[in-house]
Design a protein around this ligand. Sequence first.
Ligand code: T46
Length: 135
Amino acid sequence: MKRFKLIEFSQHKDEYGSLTPIEENKEVPFRIRRVYYIYDVDNGITRGYHSHKKLEQILICLSGEIEITLKSRDENNKILLDNPKVGLYIGPNLWREMKFIRNNSILLVLASELYDESDYIRNFDDYVIYKGDND
Ligand code: T46
């Protein structure tokens, strides 16, 4: 599995609107153990600033526009999420930042594990050292 990739979901669209289904181990390459969503974020605010040791996630911008930065010591990738049909898979060991570009943006996250603070690395220098030892 690539460390990150965009996944395009299907869309059932008719005159009544659109519906996008997502199933574990199908569109999502892991068992979904947790779902959370981030909202009420003022535009221009950036959250995240951490990596995960084991966690895999899919990020979906349900509404608005959110710029995701994925970086390591040698890479810096910026991905704009603005389409609820598209999910961003993020594997373990990648530093992430989420910049909310528009008011009322909503970020839905599907996660492979339950919440565990010990899986987080919240300091970039510690992340670079951890990644060097665990890649
Ligand atoms: C990630 C990005 C995309 C919980 O109690 N349970 C949870 O499942 C989560 C995700 C968070 N929390 C608590 C922990 C903090 O007291 O909610 C508070 C805010 O969490 P945090 O500052 O970690 O939020 P973000 O937006 O910086 O990061 C979140 C996820 O934590 C993280 O795993 O990859 O979204």
